[in-house]
Design a protein around this ligand. Structure first.
Ligand SMILES: C[C@H](N)C(=O)N[C@H](CCC(=O)O)C(=O)O
Ligand SMILES: [Mg+2]
Length: 361
């Protein structure tokens, strides 16, 4: 199976409601998709969202990285030469983790198709279904309480509550959500909005009020590993590193420092399944549980994250709500998303059959 062509396109999917975090507000998913074609007629699919506020990767940067750097190391290559192919792809340009993730996902898809086995089984997995949380965007306490009620009525048992814009409101936001969702598992995500001391004060206030937070994601700036450790050591609430962990190296450093209790692995931060496996292995060694997360992504790349999560028991928490936040699903095949319940596909590779409404570029 030899690579003959790399095609790029765009998909545009409106969200059901605007997605708001301390870092950005988004109304629709606008992602770059990649099709890697082969001489056997098999196609591998990948996807990358332009999450400039987090990864620094814009639509133009993703397209440029693939067209100007990555494509030339792919054309004419055998999929069976998998390790070299991935190594050369990663060596063709530094950073650009979203573009690399899209390509890495498409190559894993083809590798699974070559051997006629689903990717999660190639990775040794036997878990077939996982349960995701759903994000409650940061808004007024009343609006967040309304969104929480709607999520609970749709069957979600775990809410990921965004905080951090106007931090003085955050305790009231959590109190409003907890009041309407007394039995829900509640995790919060500050998306880097707090200072270390502010984080400890707010988190301890939340715990003293009995708001029962499972963990807090990325309370402080991504680069501030010392600040993250300060929060981990001084707060009652467990701390998860998200934007602080892009690479396996970052994960190792965070775990060696004891800077966080938990790690959020996202394919778009680490460059795909290959590096996600390295982070998971390091976390297994340190006994640090991980969450599998996503950006605002449609089903191609989130489906790849599902395969990875189904294969790794160190992934004990799931935040793969990208597809259920979308008002429609233009992706044919792949995992089945039924609100919180996600079931992996047993088709070879990643099981994607095609994309509706793709705009080729
Ligand atoms: C979509 C997911 N539940 C989520 O909240 N991810 C964010 C970043 C998403 C984005 O801004 O595209 C996170 O965990 O920080
Ligand atoms: Mg986060």
């Amino acid at each position: 199976m030899k690579i003959t062509e790399v095609r790029l396109g765009m998909i545009s999917v409106p969200l059901i409601v605007p997605f708001k975090t301390a870092l950005r507000t988004v109304n629709s998913v606008e992602d770059v998709v990649i099709e890697i074609h082969t001489d056997t007629g098999h196609v591998g699919y990948g996807e990358a969202p332009p999450t400039g506020a987090i990864t620094g990767d814009t639509t133009g940067a993703i397209i440029g990285a693939i067209n100007d750097h990555i494509k030339k190391v792919l054309i004419g290559r055998e999929i069976d030469d998998f390790e070299n192919l991935i190594k050369d792809m990663n060596g063709s340009i530094v950073k650009n983790t979203s573009a690399k993730a899209a390509v890495d996902i498409a190559l894993w898809d083809l590798y699974g198709q070559l051997y006629k086995i689903p990717v999660y089984k190639m990775l040794g997995g036997s878990r077939k279904s996982i349960e995701t949380d759903i994000t409650i965007s940061v808004n007024s306490p009343d609006e967040m309480a309304r969104d929480a009620v709607s999520a609970i009525n749709r069957g979600y048992k775990c809410l990921k509550v965004k905080v951090g814009s106007n931090p003085e409101l955050d305790v009231a936001r959590l109190a409003a959500v907890r009041e309407v969702a007394p039995d829900a598992l509640i995790r919060i995500d500050a998306n880097q909005a707090w200072s270390p001391k502010q984080a400890v004060r707010i988190l301890n206030q939340m715990q003293e009020k009995g708001l029962d937070i499972e963990f807090v994601e990325q309370p402080v700036k991504a680069h501030d590993f010392e600040g993250l450790r300060y929060v981990t050591q001084n707060s009652y609430v467990p701390v998860m590193a998200d934007e602080s962990v892009f690479s396996p190296m970052d994960a190792l450093k965070i775990m060696q420092m004891g800077a966080a209790d938990l790690i959020n692995i996202k394919l778009m931060k680490c460059g795909g399944i290959t590096n996600a496996l390295k982070i998971a292995s390091a976390a297994e060694v340190y006994g640090v549980e991980c969450m599998i997360g996503c950006m605002l992504e449609a089903k191609i790349s989130v489906n790849a994250a599902v395969h990875f999560a189904c294969a790794k028991q160190i992934i004990t928490k799931v935040d793969l709500d990208g597809p259920v936040l979308c008002s429609e699903d233009p992706i044919i095949g792949g995992a089945v998303f039924n609100e919180k319940d996600i079931t992996v596909s047993d088709e070879p590779g990643l099981g994607i059959k095609g994309i509706e409404k793709i705009r080729y570029i």
